[in-house]
Design a protein around this ligand. Structure first.
Ligand code: HEM
Length: 404
């Protein structure tokens, strides 16, 4: 098979029902060749055990694409996710450990209590905007807005630039024609922020990254912030939206969210198994010619792990399965040295965001049948475009905070 005739991981058909595509790919073996954008080929891992082995085996797989010929077309939109940068997701060994320490130490300075308060304040302000209308789009009005407010506060991004950042991030992950321009804009905005904090540090994550004893240079600082902000914001927004859809569409609840019927944590756990916000990994590169799970791989070949397909193969199912017991076995946070370093804050934001909304608007119902909802295209994320709901109009007791 040549590129163009390979199974496509992009386009409307894939976005509408990726599960059907994953099933078909799994029948072809644990690893199979796919096209991730026109003319861009990769080997996709769909088997759970093979996925774990790629993620953990740093001897066979590297994250750094530079030693090998570049096979992604120059103008391909997936370059915005796969193109090399001096960042944590493109490095191995000591370099990776150095970048990851800056991120981990900085995130560690965020206290859970303060975070809880930030989420509660953001939720109250956002719900206050639409509660009286009796209808809302939970993607644009809530799931994408809430983590944006939190991330802007963390990194000290002025409100006016925050919206632009969110827009550029969404464009980058949709992997369309304008993805590269979006990535350049993003780097420009963060570059301005880093330059400002070098001269005038404040109490925010950007300043912590700049001042960390690891002494990252400007390009390194900008890239670690870009990876942390982009992955963190985008996937937390997807997690909130996918969880709200799961609760609203679940037949056990007759299409409405009554507080207590399903806890936010349970719903999130099921979404992490069935509909992970980051559906496919960033790049892994084969270090030498080898046979892996019975499949021949060449040195330098691009390998991607489908977290969604691997989860689908081994997710708990059936009437009697206890989701809680297998809570940590899904790959939604990845595994191995590059697994997500921010599970705790991400879960705290998502659980709290879902609880704040469902406890206030507990008779919310989908305004569009779940099967008709549209998903943003692109191989890397699982992201709704809209989530329209209606509910009994509700007037918040306290007036919205001053910034409203
Ligand atoms: C507070 C929010 C978040 C932050 C700050 C954050 C940050 C990061 C960072 C810095 C990495 C790169 C780690 C490395 O390469 O060593 C990463 C990886 C990852 N994160 Fe998160 N993240 C957040 C939320 C999420 C959410 C909600 C999900 C989805 C459930 C998620 C899934 C992942 C996955 C799958 C990876 C591996 C990426 C890859 O395949 O290359 N993250 N995260």
């Amino acid at each position: 098979m040549t590129a163009g005739t390979l199974p496509a991981l992009y386009g409307e058909d894939f976005a509408t029902d990726p599960g059907r595509h994953y099933e078909r790919l799994r029948r072809q073996g644990p690893l199979t060749r796919v096209e991730i954008a026109p003319g861009a080929e990769a080997v996709l891992v769909t088997d759970y055990q093979a996925a774990l082995d790629v993620l953990r085996d740093t001897h066979t797989f590297s994250k750094d694409p530079r030693p090998w010929p570049d096979t992604i077309p120059e103008d391909s939109p997936v370059r915005s996710v796969l193109g090399y940068r001096p960042a944590v997701a493109f490095s191995d060994g000591d370099t990776h450990a150095r970048y990851r320490k800056v991120i981990g130490d900085s995130l560690g300075l965020l206290g859970p209590h303060l975070l809880q308060t930030q989420v509660a304040d953001a939720a109250a302000a956002l719900i206050g905007r639409f509660a009286a209308a009796g209808r809302a789009d939970l993607v644009t009005g809530y799931a994408r807005q809430l983590p944006l407010r939190v991330f802007n506060t963390w990194f000290g991004v002025p409100d006016a630039q925050g919206e632009a950042l969110a827009d550029r991030l969404a464009t980058m992950f949709a992997s369309g024609a304008d993805a590269r321009a979006a990535t350049a804009d993003l780097t420009g905005i963060i570059g301005g922020l880093v330059a400002e904090r070098r001269t005038r540090p404040r109490r925010d994550l950007t300043s912590y990254f700049v001042q960390h004893p690891a002494g990252l240079d400007d390009a390194e600082t900008i890239m670690q912030i870009a990876v942390t902000f982009s992955g963190g914001y985008e996937f937390t927004a997807n997690l909130i939206a996918n969880t709200l859809l799961h609760m609203l569409a679940d037949p056990r609840y007759d299409g409405s969210v009554y507080a207590g019927a399903m806890t936010a944590h349970e719903a999130i756990n099921e979404v992490l198994w069935r509909n992970p916000p980051q559906s496919t990994s960033s790049g892994y590169y084969v270090r030498y010619d080898t046979t892996f799970h019975g499949v021949g791989l060449r040195a330098g070949q691009l390998v991607l792990v489908s977290y969604a397909a691997a989860n689908g193969q081994s997710s708990p199912g059936g009437e009697t399965d206890a989701w809680g017991a297998s809570e940590s076995a899904h790959l939604a946070w990845s595994a191995g040295p590059h697994s997500c370093p921010a599970r705790q804050p991400a879960l705290l934001i998502a659980i709290s965001a879902v609880e704040q909304l469902t406890s206030r608007l507990c008779d919310m119902r989908l305004a569009t049948p779940a099967a008709d909802l549209r998903w943003r295209p692109g191989p890397f994320q699982r992201s709704l475009t809209t989530l329209p709901v209606h509910f009994t109009p509700w007037a918040p007791k306290a007036p919205p905070p001053p910034d409203e």
